[in-house]
Design a protein around this ligand. Sequence first.
Ligand SMILES: NC(=O)c1ccc[n+]([C@@H]2O[C@H](COP(=O)([O-])OP(=O)(O)OC[C@H]3O[C@@H](n4cnc5c(N)ncnc54)[C@H](OP(=O)(O)O)[C@@H]3O)[C@@H](O)[C@H]2O)c1
Length: 341
Amino acid sequence: MIRAGIVGGSGYTGGELLRLLHFHPQVEVAQITSREHASRYIHSVHPNMRGVSRLKFIHPDALEEADLLFLALPHGTAARNIERYARLAPKLIDLSADFRLDCAATYEEFYGESHPAPHWLGRFVYGLPELNRESLIGAPYVSGVGCNATAVNLALLPLARAGVLERAAIEIKVGSSEGGNRSNPGSHHPIRSGAVRSYKATGHRHMAEVRLALGDDIPIHFSVTAIEMVRGAHLLAHCYLRGRRTERDLWRLYRGHYRDEPFIRLVSGKVGLHRLPEPRVVAGTNYCDIGFELDADGAHVVVIAALDNLGKGAAGNAVQSMNLMLELDEKTGLEFPGIYP
Ligand SMILES: NC(=O)c1ccc[n+]([C@@H]2O[C@H](COP(=O)([O-])OP(=O)(O)OC[C@H]3O[C@@H](n4cnc5c(N)ncnc54)[C@H](OP(=O)(O)O)[C@@H]3O)[C@@H](O)[C@H]2O)c1
């Protein structure tokens, strides 16, 4: 049994990691930290775990050695303490943006500050299995992914890799759990409830991860709008293609690219309500659903994708990466199909 720890376990991604790992047959969560809730039962913060686990939070200063640590901490916190975490465990998965980029200058460009531990950047593998599977197998240090970046990357990878994508303009609608469990003026109920608030029309930080995955030679722009939803990201991408394509060409391309991917589902219904991806269908799962509609001119396709920001956009994806790091079946502990309706 692998003994894992979750640092930042009272947060939203920490809670999701705990829920997933509790049912993982080869991993046991032995330690979980919270400064505010130290010595309390985890169900006092994650009520879905009541009667399921008797684990208690510990203060991060009390962390002991582990086989693997998940770092589910606010931006910058993991990087400032990385030497300590690496002494405590031979394997680390950091869910924050601290180690997603491979270059300190790019980090500074997008995050507006110098990186606290630049010599660690090149040691982490960017943890998106659909992009970096081979490098993740057996890797000691893996970063998490940005949820919005993952929606863009998974939706557009087949087009970009096939060289048919000329440019794309994307809108992503997101749920409130993207912001973590600390309240702020934007998360105050009268402001957040019923909102359709575009808060990042240009220059989103996740653009750095999109360039990393798709290359910087394709003009891609995305905006993000907060809507009335707790979990989920819904991406709608207007993609302009090089040359004209048929629907058949595009299906062949997407099916070919994702043929062996366990957590990518292509949605291609001609009838019924769910002909295109929708976040609530993937809530609580590690799936990313992708579909599209080609315009009559054959040169413009609208790609739609949905994922759970805490699932494939964070904790589920991190567990999938962990399975690869530990050379286990990549699907272990992740096959829950969600709930419907
Ligand atoms: N939410 C998402 O959809 C999402 C998706 C992808 C990636 N991420 C990334 O994942 C990371 C965690 O996100 P989240 O939404 O889970 O955040 P969160 O809900 O705010 O949780 C943060 C956790 O870190 C702990 N913490 C805060 N400061 C700390 C410190 N200095 N030392 C030790 N522990 C500290 C907090 O508990 P105490 O204060 O009690 O210690 C809490 O458990 C972030 O970097 C975020 O960017 C989030």
